[in-house]
Design a protein around this ligand. Structure first.
Ligand SMILES: Nc1nc2c(c(=O)[nH]1)N[C@H]1C(S)=C(S)[C@@H](COP(=O)(O)O)O[C@H]1N2
Ligand SMILES: [Mo]
Length: 508
């Protein structure tokens, strides 16, 4: 029977396992983002679930210490439950293990329930729980046997306490490391929550309601921020605190310029709809999205810096070392090339470059759309090579005119008769002037274009096909003012794929 002493030691085992869980979770969250830290996730869920009266009570009685009180309260509750798990585990392993797994599951659930959380947010809770379970099992099996009949793994009391101390210390160090290195990320997270996006001085032209052609299955004209395609080389999403953000403009300039966040948001900001596209987007692919951006025109900043005559490129660098080389001319020609701070009226999501990124209409992202940007060096294409150019991609990357069929889907079966074929087309900064559809070896037919949301955005189209039974191949092509897109098939490397989006469907 478990005596008092055994119970106390079992509680110690549970406590130690709890500390290990939290510590390991905090360390793993350095990879998956601050809100996936089990303590942060559970704490935030707590705050969200706290009834208004209790929040009021807390702020009245603890003032600005309410967060600290919450933190302490949370740690006390979690450790008490961990101790309980230890006691249960000493009686019957399955009971204790179940409690630990339930706590871990609650934490994982709290983490994925955070706004902007991806599926990876569960990882710190899961890994922490596994580490905690392992620790608990290790210690519980070694609890000194009171009856004196030495169990197979049981230790002397002193040895047991030493083992607990070592494991507890390891957990504490992990927690300390996770928290220290995560502090920066949490500060950025907190500051993003506090960012107030100023109003645009120059608002975008109102978007006609008819930019969406109204065919189900066609990607929406405006991509929801959380569905916006994401491409970057960052294993860990950088978390930059606007309070410490600074942009330096230097190189072949007469006057070096620096810009702080406060200066940036106090400037005249411009709103623009721009469709970003990735050079790695295959024909028919979805690495393209459209949004409303708010930012400071880069042109004005460069005018302040006064590039010297021989400069022809701006090398932008992000906090994580990625670089892009943008033609100086493009940044100076008056298009909405922005240092963007907002997307859809909200601060940029961390994944999309918070607090500041570049957005340049008409150029693929790899030569223009630097996220977490911190440095603009005015230079020459002959003197500097950006990240992807060093890896075999073209130095210049204007977006190629392209089109995509969203409806019907490849390989599906549609009923004979009237079939709506619809999709999107893009020719950023030139504008889509016409879209045509072809079936098999037939002639090209003009599609109906949706309302125009501006030359920097993609444009939807639809066409009604009088479909006869059998297998048919659909083709689409877009036109810009220079003529039709090319049908010549080329892969993504080195400067963007070409060819018609085409596939077959069955008509029954
Ligand atoms: N810091 C940084 N910025 C970056 C990249 C990157 O890897 N790191 N990738 C670029 C590429 S290739 C593209 S297509 C766009 C994608 O922007 P998005 O993730 O917001 O859609 O970001 C660009 N900016
Ligand atoms: Mo890209």
């Amino acid at each position: 029977m478990a005596g008092r002493r055994t119970t106390a030691l079992a509680a110690v085992a549970g406590l130690v396992a709890g500390v290990v869980t939290i510590g390991v979770g905090a360390c793993v969250s350095l990879l998956t983002g601050p809100t996936s830290d089990p303590l942060v996730a559970v704490g935030s869920a707590f705050v969200d679930a706290t009834p208004q009266w209790l929040k009021q009570f807390a702020t009245t009685n603890f003032g600005t210490n309410d967060k600290l009180v919450l933190r302490i309260g949370e740690v006390v509750v979690v450790l008490a439950l961990a101790a309980l798990a230890g006691v249960l585990a000493a009686r019957r392993w399955a009971w204790g293990a179940t409690l630990v797994v339930l706590l871990g599951a609650a934490s994982a659930f709290a983490a994925v329930a955070r706004p902007d959380a991806g599926a990876l947010a569960v990882v710190p809770s899961v890994v922490g729980t596994v580490a905690g379970l392992w620790t608990l099992r290790f210690l519980v099996r070694r609890i000194p046997d009171e009856s004196g009949s030495a169990g197979k793994a049981s230790l002397e009391r002193r040895q047991f306490l030493q083992a607990s101390l070592v494991a507890g210390a390891a957990g504490t160090v992990a927690l300390f490391l996770g928290r220290t290195f995560g502090a920066n990320a949490r500060a950025a997270q907190a500051s993003r929550g506090g960012v107030v996006i100023p109003k645009a001085t120059t608002t975008a032209a109102p978007v006609p309601a008819g930019v969406d052609i109204g065919v189900e299955g066609v990607e929406p004209w405006l991509t929801p921020a959380d569905e916006f395609y994401r491409i970057d080389t960052a294993l860990v999403v950088p978390t930059v605190d606007p309070a410490t953000w600074k942009l330096r403009i230097h190189g072949l300039v007469e006057q070096e310029v620096t810009l702080t966040w406060d200066e940036l948001i106090a400037s005249d900001l411009v709103e623009a709809y721009v469709t970003l596209a990735c050079v790695s987007n295959p024909v028919g692919g979805t690495l393209i999205s459209n949004q409303k951006w708010l930012g400071l025109p880069i042109k004005g900043l460069l005018e302040k810096a006064r590039p010297t005559g021989d400069a022809d490129m701006v090398l932008s660098t992000s906090v994580d070392g990625f670089t892009a080389g943008t033609p100086l001319e493009v940044l100076m020609d008056g298009r909405d090339a922005l240092l963007a701070i907002a997307m859809d009226g909200e601060p940029l999501p961390f994944e999309h470059g918070f607090p500041v990124r570049m957005v340049v209409p008409g150029l693929y992202g790899y030569v223009s759309a630097t996220k977490w940007v911190k440095d603009l060096e005015v230079t020459r294409f002959a003197d500097a090579e950006a990240y992807w150019t060093q890896r075999g991609w073209s130095a210049e990357g204007p977006i190629k005119t392209q089109s995509r069929i969203d409806v019907p889907r490849p390989g599906t079966t549609v009923p004979a008769g009237s079939v709506v074929v619809a999709g999107t087309a893009w020719a950023q900064h030139r504008g889509v002037t016409k879209v045509q559809v072809r079936v098999d070896d037939g002639s090209w037919s003009d599609a109906t274009l949706a309302d125009d949301g501006g030359i920097d955005s993609w444009r939807q189209w639809s066409w009604t096909w009088d479909a006869s039974p059998g297998d048919h191949q659909l083709f689409v092509r877009a036109f810009d003012p220079q003529g039709p897109q090319t049908g010549a098939v080329q892969g993504e490397v080195p400067d963007g794929a070409t060819g018609y989006d085409t596939f077959s469907v069955k008509v029954s």
